[in-house]
Design a protein around this ligand. Structure first.
Ligand code: UDX
Length: 433
């Protein structure tokens, strides 16, 4: 099939490359010329495992091209809209400027039978409104909403082999078109849910709201564990054995961040309030508040570990991205903790395998090093905030020899407390006795 993808950010770039890899002819369009020339040269503008290989093979096959000119979509019959829906400047609501501009921009190039497919995460009701725009345009094109559930770090896999496909359609005839796009995944048995626009839009925000709630639930238990001497990791293991609960996404720690969960729960709250149903998701404000408290708690534990004398103490912050296997520092708990500690007067040295450039752009006042040992050398305190494998696998005996103070805060509960204590460390986990 001939496909266009409007917006080549995280979602769009991966989607374009993956669709070409599946055998479709794809053009990716973005207004950012630098991004387009990078992608056209086979370079991913962000760190994502497997993406460079998939880009290279799709470009070499001739099935993938990129352009800054929307006219390049000419000839395609399926147009994915994968532009950003960031948090608005003055409220928690999603900013739909880019989605609206993409639809308006596409109109001159649409023809009878074309299908515009929304992938961006949008407030419920958006697809209905955009479908009316298409209907009034007289182009003969229709709209489907097909939310994306990819995780950073697994984006290519999640796109090629999704857990499920959700089609929100206004016209049943469009289902066959989407089936053709996703023929390989469907042949492999991927479940497919065909529904209306509103449900498809809500599936995405409901999934993210549930995941965020699950994380904040276990972090709330960590708060209780901290005042009772209980151990939240044992608690998570025990409740996670109940198949109705499940152990995944029950890792207590410094909480969630990234470009999706925080912004999506806030936008959902804002939309529910607009709809007069704010009370239905009022709990998401608590989810957000619990999450943000965890960052303060890590800073508080750091102050305690340094006996209140933070000024001029060297603190090694291990990890700055919002999760491992990503270079993304958007709403990163790790970066937030580093900034808080710096604000308290510590000499903060941040290390991370992939996230330093992005972190430096946002917070040039912090010190950065790519070398884990350099960050740890003569440190008075180490704080593990992002669970990159190289930090999880640190040898406590060796690290003990290079630091000044043997105190580690494990803000992801990924280290073995017994091994660190045996090597002479004061170990502090989150919600662990
Ligand atoms: C998320 C959703 O998982 C994905 O389906 C959606 O499409 C986009 O948003 P992503 O932002 O890539 O994906 O990250 P995810 O792996 O979900 O992790 C989100 C955050 O939660 C990270 O900061 C992670 O460290 C944190 N987290 C995750 C926890 O604190 N505890 C857990 O148990 C799991």
């Amino acid at each position: 099939m001939r496909i266009s993808v409007i917006g080549c950010g995280y979602l769009g770039a991966v989607h374009a490359a993956a669709m070409a890899e599946l055998g479709h002819d794809v053009v990716g369009v973005d207004i950012d010329a630098a991004k387009v020339s990078m992608l056209a040269a086979g370079k991913a503008p962000f760190f994502e495992p497997r993406l460079p290989e998939v880009l290279a093979s799709a470009l070499a096959s001739g099935r993938l091209t990129f352009s800054t000119d929307l006219a390049a979509v000419h000839g395609a019959s399926i147009h994915f809209v994968a532009v950003g829906t960031p948090q608005s400047k003055d409220s928690y609501a999603a900013d739909l400027t880019y989605v609206d501009a993409a639809i308006e921009g596409l109109l001159p190039f649409l023809s009878e039978g074309d299908l515009v497919v929304g992938k961006s995460t949008v407030p419920v009701g958006t697809a209905e409104r955009l479908s009316a725009v298409l209907a009034q345009s007289g182009t003969g094109a229709s709209l489907a909403w097909n939310p994306e559930f990819l995780r950073e770090g697994f984006a290519v896999k999640d796109t090629v082999e999704p857990d499920r496909l959700v089609y929100g359609v206004g016209d049943a005839a469009d289902v066959a078109k989407l089936d053709e796009v996703y023929a390989q995944a469907l042949a492999a048995g991927t479940p497919r849910i065909v529904t209306d626009y509103a449900t498809a839009e809500l599936v995405k925000v409901a999934a993210n709201a549930f995941l965020a709630t699950k994380i904040s639930f276990i972090n709330a238990m960590a708060e209780i564990a901290e005042v009772t001497g209980a151990d939240v990791t044992a608690l998570a293991d025990a409740i996670g054995h109940d198949a109705r609960i499940g152990r995944r996404f029950l890792n207590a720690g410094v909480g969630f961040g990234g470009g999706c969960l925080p912004k999506d729960i806030r936008a959902f709250t804002a939309r529910a309030e607009e709809l007069g149903r704010g009370e239905s998701v009022a709990f998401l404000k608590e989810v957000d508040a619990i999450n943000m408290r965890r960052r303060d708690r890590v800073a508080e534990l750091a102050v305690q570990a340094l006996d209140g004398a933070v000024l001029g103490k060297k603190v090694a912050v291990l990890g700055v991205t919002f999760k491992p296997h990503s270079d993304d520092v958007r709403d990163s708990p790790a970066l937030d903790v580093a900034v808080k500690l710096k604000g308290l007067g510590a000499d903060v040295v941040v290390t991370d395998p992939e996230g330093l450039d992005n972190a430096r752009t946002r917070h040039p006042q912090l010190l950065y090093t790519q070398m884990t040992e350099e960050a740890l050398r003569h440190a008075d305190l180490a704080v593990l905030v992002t669970e990159w494998p190289e930090y999880v696998e640190l040898d406590p005996v060796h690290v003990a020899e290079i630091v000044r103070g043997r105190h580690i805060i494990d803000a992801r509960n990924v280290l073995d407390p017994a091994a660190w204590k045996a090597a002479g460390w004061d170990y502090t986990g989150l919600g662990r006795a």
